[in-house]
Structure formats: C-alpha cells, structure tokens
Ligand binder design. Structure first.
Ligand SMILES: Cc1cc2nc3c(=O)[nH]c(=O)nc-3n(C[C@H](O)[C@H](O)[C@H](O)COP(=O)(O)OP(=O)(O)OC[C@H]3O[C@@H](n4cnc5c(N)ncnc54)[C@H](O)[C@@H]3O)c2cc1C
Length: 399
C-alpha cells in the first residue's frame, strides 16, 4: 500500500511515462533493499562503508551508478524530472546515500577536464563504487578563504612531491583516492597557483588521523602528506589552473547538498509525527505555533524545489548552473536544520540525551537530537552560509 507521501509525489507525475518510471524505481527498491539496509534521515549518519560500497554496486548492476552523468560516460542520461523521481523514491524507501565525492564531485571534473587516460582509469570504478573518493580542499588555515591553501606540490622529474595537511576530510578513512587542491606556484594571485591532483591513498607518506564528531562517530579526518610522490599524469587539466576545476566541482557539490528530495520526505514524516497520538496526548500539529512552522517549511521547500528544477536543467558548467549552486545550498541547508530543530522542539524531554545514551523515551529521541546537532554542519561544509551570501552578492553585482 502507498504511504501518504508516496501518493503525494506520484500525483505530481505529469505523463504515463513518468508514472511508469516511478513504478520501475519503486519495484527496484522493493526488490533490492533489505530492511537492514534502510535508513531514516535520523540514522543515515550510521551508514557504514560496507553499505556504501554495496549500494553503489547494486545501482551500477542496474545501470544507475551515476544518475546525473550523461550516457556517453556511462550515466543514466535521465531528465531532470526522472532524477527527481529517483531521489524522491530513494528517500522514501530509506535507501543509503551514495558517496558524493566520486559521482557528484570528481567524476564530472574528470570527464570534463581530464585526459583520456584519466577517464579510462577513474570513471568505471566510480560508476560501480569499487573505488571511493574523498575531498582534499580544506586546510587548517584555508577554509572559507580556500585560495590561501598551502599544501605544496613541487615538480621533481615525472612526479609532484606533495607536502602539507588537509583537514575535515570526510570519509578519508574509507577512501581509495583523494582529489586534492595543491599549491604549485606562489606567483600572482593565490588562485593562479593552485593545481588539481588525483592521489592514490595508498601512496607512501600519507597519514590519516580521525576527528570525532558531536554524534560520537568517526566521519572526519586530518590527512597529512610527507614527501608523497604523485605521477604528473595524475594532474587534472593544466598546472596552476586548478581553481577553475575546483569551482566547477563546488557548483555540483552545493546543488547536491541542498538535498531537496530528502527534505520533502522528511517534512512529510515530520507531519505524521506531529499529528500522531502515539507520541503525544495532544498532537503538536493542532497547536498554531507548530502548524505555522510546518507551513512555513512547506512554502520554503516548494520554492526550493522550483529553484532546483532550474539548476538541474542548466547545462553543467554554465553560468546559469553556477548562479544557482549557492542559493540552493544556502536555502536547502537552512531548511534541513529547521526541520531537525522542529523535531527537537516537538519532542521536548524525549529529545534530551544524557552522555550519548538513548533517552528514557527510547532511541528516537536520541536520534532526533544527534541529527539536530550533527546537522549544524550542513551550513558549514561545502562553504558556509556567509560564504554563499558573499558568492551570491558577487554574482548579483556582475549581472
Ligand atoms: C561535517 C564537515 C565535513 C566536511 N568535509 C570536508 C571534506 O570532505 N573536505 C574538505 O576539503 N573540507 C571539508 N569540510 C570543511 C569545510 O569546507 C570548512 O569547514 C568550511 O569551508 C569553513 O571553513 P573553516 O572551518 O576553516 O571556517 P572559517 O573559514 O575559519 O570560518 C569561520 C567563520 O567565519 C565566517 N567567515 C569566514 N570568512 C568570511 C567572509 N569572508 N565573510 C563572512 N564570514 C566569513 C564563516 O562563515 C564561519 O562562520 C567539512 C566541514 C564539516 C563541518
């Protein structure tokens, strides 16, 4: 039987082909997703490396390893609407998240700017998830001001020798490869001396140290490079032109972070929670204060959905796409945080977690709280909200 949100999304499909496509995705998810591989947004932070690899492999077997790539590179070639349907159905089914670092981030950089050899080597294992990636952009003294990065790559014969440090490197402890921004020149503007390198994490001289997050789990790392020799053939595009590729990647990253389909599913779930007499003697949805907050979120999410449709429709690398990446990230992440905060407020004492343990109300309260706390990071990674506002202001000034 369809749950209410499934019906709501399905009602919006405008053609029989789209209805059939949604049914095809749903059938696939029903058949291939066992209960122990299903998540809610409150448990996704516990998704393991094994589950991530398994999910990529499962999608690749079906030919869906890269929903956003063109067919020329092994992608699905889906339309904007098909991609949205796929994301909605995955979120509804509680499917694991794909690791964004390969499919969403470095893959498009490689097929757009990389050499034929790089495409042949890296695209197939990204498609089937046999190799996972991480992102080496941030450094201890280069976050928002990314162009000031100082991890050095000095040319020595047919290799670059890399020395320096990256930080906040999500999933570096799982990753087989890292894409790194490195300094190859100190002449001119800082942006002009940056290069984009693909580095095998097994290369001697790389050390990964864990950083523990507020949920008590290990997602983040520091990565240290000591005389790491990287073949020159692992340079993407031209030396000192890495800033161009880095910005191209950030547009895709920011669109992905907006997580529109997940927020849609989550808001529907929150509404059911708010109206439930299982959890509350007096359901919060009947309280005008909560009803107003829910309505506000619904309105903002509808606007975000329209904005996302424009962004997905824009050609990759176009000014239109670049223009929309920051507003999407900015609006989408604040919606995610506001949904998480509303769960906490409605849950009251049930969301109080002592010492990382589940509350007396069961694990749901603990999940609500850890999700809320971890979710503070949504407005930091991929560029903080203040940085997105600066980007938007600069773009508006140039219009
Ligand atoms: C959970 C998580 C995962 C991450 N994963 C990765 C990853 O996989 N790979 C990676 O490379 N990085 C990753 N990051 C790092 C992330 O990109 C940086 O944290 C982010 O860019 C901010 O940089 P910073 O932490 O150095 O803060 P800072 O740049 O020091 O900023 C501190 C504060 O100052 C504000 N600020 C800074 N400059 C300006 C300005 N010009 N105008 C207005 N306000 C400003 C910021 O908005 C922020 O509030 C991750 C971060 C988090 C939290």
């Amino acid at each position: 039987m369809q749950n209410p949100s499934t019906a709501r999304f399905a009602d919006r499909d405008s053609t029989p082909e789209l209805t059939a496509f949604r049914a095809e995705v749903r059938e696939f998810l029903d058949a291939r997703l066992p209960p122990n591989r299903r998540f809610t947004s409150h448990t996704l932070d516990r998704q393991s490396e094994a589950t991530t690899r398994w999910w990529h492999h499962t999608l690749a077997e079906r030919g869906w390893g890269a929903p956003s790539w063109p067919t020329t590179h092994g992608g699905t070639g889906w339309s904007v609407v098909q991609r949205r349907i796929f994301e909605q159905e995955c979120a509804l089914a509680g499917a694991p998240l794909m690791s964004a670092f390969g499919v969403v981030m470095v893959g498009p950089v490689i097929y757009t700017f990389g050499s034929e050899a790089q495409k042949a080597q890296h695209l197939p294992p990204i498609l089937d998830g046999s190799l996972l990636w991480c992102q080496g952009y941030s450094e201890p003294a280069a976050g928002s001001d990314l162009a000031s990065l100082d991890c050095r790559a000095a040319r020595d014969g047919d290799a670059y020798v890399v020395n320096g440090q990256k930080i906040w490197t999500t999933q570096a402890h799982w990753a087989d490869w890292i894409f790194c921004l490195v300094r190859t020149s100190t002449k001119g503007r800082p942006q002009e001396g940056i290069s984009f390198l693909l580095i095998d994490m097994k290369t001697p001289g790389i050390e990964v140290r864990p950083l523990w997050s507020i949920d008590g789990l290990h997602h983040l790392n520091e990565v240290f490079f000591s005389d790491v020799r990287v073949p020159v053939s692992n340079l993407v595009g031209e030396e000192n032109k890495g800033w161009t590729y880095a910005k191209f990647l950030l547009v895709n990253e920011r669109q992905g972070i907006a997580a529109v389909a997940h927020s849609q599913v989550e808001l529907e779930r929150l509404k059911r929670y708010a109206g439930s007499t299982d959890h509350f003697a007096s359901p919060p949805i009947n309280d005008p204060y909560y009803a107003e907050r829910i309505t506000d979120l619904e309105n903002r999410l509808s606007a975000l959905e329209a904005l996302e449709a424009r962004a997905l429709d824009a050609p990759e690398g176009s000014f239109e796409a670049a223009k929309l990446g920051s507003p999407l990230k900015l609006l989408g992440t604040h919606i995610m945080q506001d949904i998480a905060e509303l769960y906490v407020d409605m849950s009251g004492p049930a969301a109080l977690v002592a010492g990382g343990q589940d509350s007396a109300y069961g694990s749901f309260g603990a999940e609500v709280m850890t999700n809320h706390l971890l979710g503070r990071a949504h407005t930091i990674y991929g560029g903080t909200s203040e940085v997105q506002k600066n980007v938007i202001a600069k773009l508006m000034a140039n219009l």
